[in-house]
Design a protein around this ligand. Structure first.
Ligand SMILES: [Zn+2]
Ligand SMILES: [Zn+2]
Length: 162
């Protein structure tokens, strides 16, 4: 078989040799900036199926997969990343995306900035809700009123005893 682009003889994919295929088809559309929610209480990461208590280095490939599906004609894509911490909530990632098409593996590398958004996962939010009064304004009002009526009562008692 010959490549329709460059005429090279060998295995072809959709009529192209591996080299021309790589050139023509990017694996993913790289995202420059990715926001990731992380529970500031238990450290869970928000993934598409829900909050997940996994290591950052395990959460990141999944977050990348969710953000960047393989472009046609690739069937699958896998991600690996090297993470550099710029500060507590800003990461600079060097990402390698490997796209699979039939028996061909195509590597694409690029940079992604990740911003960690401190938030609360569902279960930590629930726990916090249980330990705090459900409506603080109502309980303050209740507490204040008897105190002030008690005070006025005392002052009337004092004036009558005089
Ligand atoms: Zn070619
Ligand atoms: Zn949590």
């Amino acid at each position: 078989m010959f490549c329709v682009e460059c005429g090279t003889e060998g295995p072809v994919y959709e009529g192209l040799c591996a080299k021309c295929f790589r050139k023509k088809y990017p694996v993913v559309q790289p995202i420059e900036l990715l926001d990731v929610a992380r529970c500031e209480s238990c450290g869970s990461y928000r993934l598409r199926p829900g909050w997940s208590k996994v290591d950052r280095e395990l959460a990141l490939p999944q977050i990348l997969r969710e953000a960047m599906p393989p472009l046609a004609p690739y069937e699958r894509v896998g991600f690996t990343q090297v993470t550099r911490d710029e500060d507590a909530n800003n990461l600079a990632l060097t990402v390698k995306a490997v796209g699979r098409f039939q028996d061909l593996a195509v590597l694409q590398d690029f940079h992604v900035r990740v911003r960690i958004k401190p938030s609360l996962c569902d279960s930590c939010q629930k726990q916090r809700g249980l330990s705090e009064p459900s409506s603080p304004r109502a309980s303050i009002g209740r507490r204040v009123r008897p105190r002030s009526s008690l005070g006025s009562k005392r002052s009337t008692e004092a004036s009558t005893s005089m």
